[in-house]
Ligand binder design. Structure first.
Ligand code: CDP
Ligand code: MG
Length: 683
């Protein structure tokens, strides 16, 4: 709003190039395919920015095929759309759909909603913000988003971006998703658990609701898989305009990919013509570290090179920081000095979810953090592992968005050809399915074996999940959801942690268990800078609780609150304020679900001997599948699978209690159990 320079646009300008639409709408629109001068959504005159963005939008490849798309949408209940990253799928297609849906429904008061799912929170927010700008409306009104614990939408919302797991959660309360007229599953090629389950669920819903339409969007030809899955759905390909990207490999394998990445950035900055750089790394810590080092190296080179703007990008970054990826490169320091460069260091979010214009150079070390699950030993772990060929191709494509580019792969060509697998396995094949099975049961799926999965998980993984849920009391012996299971499914948590929360009032410690559950969901809160390891470890030891790491986390949380969430207190004590803020927010949200589920918030008297005992007992009630016993040989054996394990070096337990519960099983050179607490056998 603000600068409303009224533009005198002729009502008959044929600038939308669509030809068919623009029926009078609330008296503010026009006829004959012109550019409306009033916003159809709020009746306000369009701002000049609207027209500026519109010109840019019309350059996007999807606009060439708008008519074709709308025709296919009219004629089919389900359709599949493939197009290169950046062609305009996420931002434009939902708006096209909105036009078509609105025209068809005619009656403006009739409730309708276009829902578009994106697997990543940060993409849902960012795309939504962009689309609100494009439509010249306030975010949260006509266009909104909904991600876990953050609903930025209202009664007015007609286009909603949500993470796929949020739509799945909505489906558990409203299985046929009555409010939606069109559902768009974006980034289907990511093959996340939630998108896969939604596919199976929606396939059924579409049979019952002929008025519902589904658009499945994907950045690559995995689409053919969806085409055979949704029988009869036509495939539309958006003709991309990718510029050629020259690919370079290293001669020898790199020993340290971080060091190699920094070196490559510096070389590009010194020797290559202008153009921004995108570096793919695996996680927050690594990214922050590399960002600092790049900035330092460039500073050391003085003014013989141009200025740089180094921007990190990872999921837990604040929205304001995320926006920085769209800022332009810095201008030269002096008028005829060397040009500046923007350097984005990102997780694989930037692979297909977010488009950053102006990238000319991509650096791909070939790794990403991926989830693995071994049902035999029931271990799910997040491991830094080699990406697939398909990912590598997507990454290099990011260099050719606006002009010919270069991609530097920090591995050998031989390794690309021989070592990388062709595609990334879908998440459903490498996850612990306990949570998914609980959701499916809530959706009313009784027969899991015959559920129409895009790729069916191993029967063993399903059996394990059913077994855990049965032990936890979420499913009865014939596999039906129990009342307890229903309550557990309200919490967006691992079922074992959900169980511990649900039972905590009966141990008179739900306040404390809430804090522990929130801390377990947050990123690691302990910082260990390499330069000050000793001081950091001493700081951590001060929070240490003699009975274990869960209680240590509780101590940290309490101390953080007692010190008024103070930043300098966090710095002095080597704890990550962002992680604690996350935990605090998580705790509030979980408390809300507790209240909704009629679960009492209570505590045992802190001075009572039972204070910690009760907490540990409540934890046992959720964690009894994750117990290890100290053997005479001096190592631990997991009770469930008789695996030899060791206490993780980060644990504050130094006395090796007889029985412990653990949060995580970590596979490295040895089997470790991490976040461990001392319990009694009889509990
Ligand atoms: O989904 P897809 O990868 O096909 O593309 P998109 O996300 O719809 O992005 C299309 C274009 O919109 C990008 O090339 C950007 O130029 C622009 N865009 C932007 O400027 N700011 C955003 N937050 C998102 C998109
Ligand atoms: Mg997209």
């Amino acid at each position: 709003m603000g600068t409303e320079r009224k533009r005198n646009v002729s009502l008959f300008d044929d600038a939308t190039a669509t030809g068919t639409n623009n029926r009078a709408n609330g008296g503010t629109s026009v006829h004959g395919g012109g550019v409306p001068s009033y916003n159809r959504w709020n009746g306000r005159p369009y701002t000049s920015t609207y027209y500026e963005i519109l010109e840019k939008r019309k350059m996007l490849p999807v606009w060439q095929q708008k008519e074709e798309f709308l025709k296919m949408l009219r004629e089919n209940q389900t359709l599949i759309l493939v197009g290169e990253t950046g062609c305009g799928k996420s931002t434009q297609i939902p708006q096209f759909v909105l036009e078509a849906v609105e025209l068809e429904s005619g009656d403006k008061r009739k409730k309708f909603m276009v829902a578009c799912t994106l697997p990543r929170r940060i993409a849902a927010m960012s795309v939504c913000r962009r689309v609100a700008n494009e439509m010249d409306v306030t975010i949260g009104e006509e266009v909104g988003y909904s991600i876990l614990f953050e609903d930025c939408s209202s009664e007015k919302t007609v286009l909603k971006y949500l993470t796929d797991d949020m739509l799945l959660r909505e489906a558990t309360t409203d299985p046929s998703l009555e409010r939606c007229k069109v559902i768009i599953l974006d980034e289907a090629h990511e093959r996340t658990l939630a998108t896969d389950v939604l596919c199976g669920h929606l396939k059924e819903v579409l049979k019952k609701r002929p008025d519902l339409k589904l658009v499945v969007m994907s950045a690559n030809l995995e689409a053919e898989k969806f085409q055979s899955y949704f029988v009869g759905a036509p495939l539309m390909k958006v003709q991309g305009r990718l510029h050629p990207v020259e690919i370079f490999y290293t001669q020898e394998p790199e020993r340290d990919y971080l060091e190699a990445a920094i070196r490559t950035v510096v070389q590009i900055h010194m020797c290559e013509p202008p153009g921004d750089i995108l570096v793919f790394l695996t996680g927050e810590e690594e990214i922050e570290d590399v960002c600092c080092k790049i900035a330092k190296e460039v500073r050391n080179m003085g003014d013989q090179v141009g200025p740089v703007k180094v921007v990190p990008l990872y999921p837990t970054l604040s929205p304001a920081m995320q926006q920085k990826i769209y800022e332009p490169a810095p201008p030269p320091v002096t008028e005829d000095g060397p040009t500046g460069r923007k350097i984005v260091v990102s997780t694989n979010i930037a692979e297909t979810s977010l488009t950053i214009d102006g990238i000319v150079y991509v650096i791909d070390p070939g790794f990403a953090k991926q989830k693995f699950y071994n049902p035999r030993v029931r271990v799910e772990s997040l491991l830094v592992s080699p990406i697939s060929k398909e990912s590598a191709q997507q990454r290099s494509g990011r260099a050719g968005r606006t002009q010919p580019g270069k991609c530097f792969r920090l591995y050998t060509e031989r390794s690309f050809n021989n070592d990388l697998q062709p595609q990334t396995y879908p998440e459903i094949l490498r996850s612990n399915l306990a949570n998914t099975v609980l959701t499916l049961k809530k959706l009313g799926v009784d027969d899991l074996v015959h559920f129409d999965f895009v790729d069916p998980p191993a029967p063993e993984a399903l059996m394990r999940a059913l077994e855990v849920l049965n032990y936890l009391g979420a499913l009865d012996d014939v596999g039906k959801l129990t009342k307890l299971g229903g309550t557990m499914s309200e919490f967006p948590l691992d079922p074992q942690i959900a169980k511990m929360l649900v039972v905590s009032p009966s141990f008179n410690c739900s306040n404390e268990i809430l804090s522990i559950a929130a801390m377990l969901s947050a990123p690691n809160c302990f910082i260990r800078p390499r330069e000050t390891l000793k001081a950091a470890d001493e700081a951590k030891a001060r929070f240490g609780h003699i009975d274990g790491d869960h209680l240590t986390l509780l101590n940290v949380y309490h101390a953080y609150k007692q010190n008024n969430e103070d930043q300098s207190w966090c710095n002095e004590n080597f704890v990550n304020q962002r992680a604690l803020r996350f935990a605090d927010n998580m705790r509030q949200q979980l408390a809300r679900i507790m209240a909704r589920s009629n679960l009492r918030l209570c505590s045992t008297d802190f001075n009572s001997r039972d204070y910690y005992v009760n907490i540990r007992k409540a934890m046992c009630a959720g964690y009894f599948m994750k117990v290890a016993h100290l053997e005479r040989t001096g190592h631990y054996l997991t009770v469930k699978n008789n695996q030899v394990v060791h206490l993780h070096p980060s644990s504050c337990l130094d006395n090796k209690p007889e029985w412990v519960i653990y949060n995580e099983f970590v596979l490295t050179s040895r089997n470790f159990i991490r976040t461990v607490t001392d319990v009694r056998g009889e509990w």
